[in-house]
Design a protein around this ligand. Structure first.
Ligand code: NAP
Length: 286
């Protein structure tokens, strides 16, 4: 019956980034320029723009650089691939945030195959996925890693715990499950075909909701004293931002619960910034 906030975790991650950036600047190998993020967006979806504003604010505050590459929704696949390859090959760009999903007229597979894993800060390429699944580094999707950072920085034990993840997407459900297995949790991955979802959730020590359905997980899914991490970002019937968890009824039962907003979402741009700095440091072998 307490809130688990993302802000303090984001703050701690940012303090580490500031220290590492200052140390990098003092290195003999510092190239004399700051790390730079390219933000690649096709069209102007409201949720993309909201995330972009947050990312830009975070990158600027940390004293790093960015450039926004906005493309018209009518761009042809051929034109877009040409532009994307140019951005990807630009030596002054250390990492790319590519907004997904791409419009239907753009070939997603081709785009991903034109994406260098070293610049793929949100774990979209097959190489980064393979690294994550093999537990050998690479860049995990930022939101999935934000969940792990939240648990780690909040001293929530995962070793030997039963964790139920609701959702099996490549950006959240699957990667967060793999990372939790590496942290010695026993993970049950649920999806739209799962039977007895309520019972599976009730038995869990930690429930991670990444469903994309406003307030679907209510108090009847939650065992007393569990930890509930809400990854969902939805709009409710009154036009208000809300998670996948019905905050009011779950708050009564859970030991800890992340609110929406001010929960997982507040950590994601710090993880993105940490990935950008890591890419820069690796590139120049600092
Ligand atoms: P997604 O690709 O739509 O995946 C949703 C998953 O939920 C699917 O695996 C689906 O199962 C499962 N599901 C749907 N209905 C279900 C049900 N009734 N019972 C059990 N499982 C069900 O969504 P996503 O990209 O993973 O995103 C999940 C949520 O996180 C969304 O609300 C999104 O807005 C939010 N999000 C937040 C952040 C952040 O920074 N906080 C970032 C990205 C996304 P099937 O596979 O069987 O279809």
């Amino acid at each position: 019956m307490a809130e688990l906030l993302g802000g303090p975790v984001a703050q701690k991650i940012c303090e580490k980034i500031t220290d590492s950036l200052e140390a990098a600047k003092k290195s003999d190998k510092y190239p004399g320029r700051l790390p730079k993020l390219a933000i690649v967006r096709i069209g102007k979806r409201d949720d993309d723009l909201a995330y972009e504003r947050g990312a830009v604010k975070r990158i600027e505050k940390l004293g790093m650089n960015f450039e926004i590459f906005e493309f018209d929704g009518n761009i042809t696949n051929e034109e877009f691939q040409k532009e994307f390859i140019k951005i990807n090959n630009d030596n002054n760009i250390d990492g790319i945030l590519l907004f997904m999903p791409l419009p239907e007229n753009i070939n997603t597979r081709e785009t991903i195959s034109n994406f260098s894993p070293e610049k793929d800060l949100d774990g979209l390429t097959l190489t980064n996925m393979a690294c994550l699944y093999a537990g050998t580094g690479g860049y995990a999707p930022c939101t999935a890693e934000a969940v792990i950072k939240l648990l780690e920085y909040s001293d929530i034990e995962t070793d030997g715990k039963n964790v139920t993840v609701i959702g099996r997407s490549n950006v959240i459900g699957k990667p967060v499950s793999m990372m939790l297995i590496d942290k010695n949790a026993t993970v049950t991955i649920c999806h739209s075909h799962t039977r007895n979802l309520k019972d599976i959730c009730k038995r869990a020590d930690i429930v991670i909701a990444a469903v994309g359905k406003a307030k679907m997980i209510d108090g009847s899914y939650i065992g007393d004293g569990s930890v509930v991490i809400d990854v969902g970002v939805n709009v409710d019937e009154n036009g208000e931002l809300c998670g996948d968890v019905d905050y009011g009824s779950v708050f009564e039962k859970a030991k800890l619960i992340t609110p929406v907003p001010r929960g997982v979402g507040s950590i994601t741009t710090s993880v993105l910034s940490e990935h950008l700095l890591r890419s820069f440091i690796k590139k120049f072998d600092i």
